[in-house]
Design a protein around this ligand. Sequence first.
Ligand code: GLP
Length: 241
Amino acid sequence: MKIIVTKNYEEMSRIAAEQFAEVIKQKPACVLGLATGSTPIGMYEGLIEKYRAGELDFSAVHSVNLDEYYPIAPDNDQSYRYFMNHQLFDHVNIDKANTFVPDGMATDVEAACRAHEDKIDELGGIDLQVLGIGQNGHIGFNEPEENLQCFTHLTGLTESTIKANARFFASEEDVPKHALTMGIQSVFKARKIVILASGKSKAEAIKTMVSGTITTACPASLLALHPDVTLICDEDAYSLV
Ligand code: GLP
């Protein structure tokens, strides 16, 4: 795993945006694997700036998102579909018909999971996947558990994740208790992965992730098995290593 430690959040975001920009320039019809949460927002801002400066063209880009709460409507301002529209898609020339977020309103959940997985394959796989990391080491919504799922599936959120994500909702009770998420193998199908972390609250998870051992108790630690992963994190997130 390649590790880049940055001075702060801004530098982390700039370097991550450059890596994405590089892929889009080299392959205009690329497939981007996208993530939500507060961490990638600075990177998305960087991409929007580059688009406005005329450096990037998203017209042929496709995107696939890692996860979505369940159940949640796409126009709910806490849904990940809403987040993606507002943080990135509305500000660049991507065709929203080419953007795929798991269906948080699906009545047939199994079919929705299969459809998401099939979409990734149909697009020819993800060229570059961005990941954040939960305080407990989760990636997407693959929470620490004895057994992890390979493919897109419905999962329950742990208490710690519900608490951590409550800051975006009116109250903890409003946080959905379930989500649809790409599985470990869905993530591993990406040709290249960038994982971002910022702040002291991620330091424990980053320490476990780069410890040189793998454990399903820290799903991010499995990334050590992927041939092309770059961790970009700030000094605070790296402070326990
Ligand atoms: C959420 C998302 C993850 C994200 C993580 C960290 O639960 N499902 O994809 O990486 O939490 O979020 P943040 O970047 O806000 O710390």
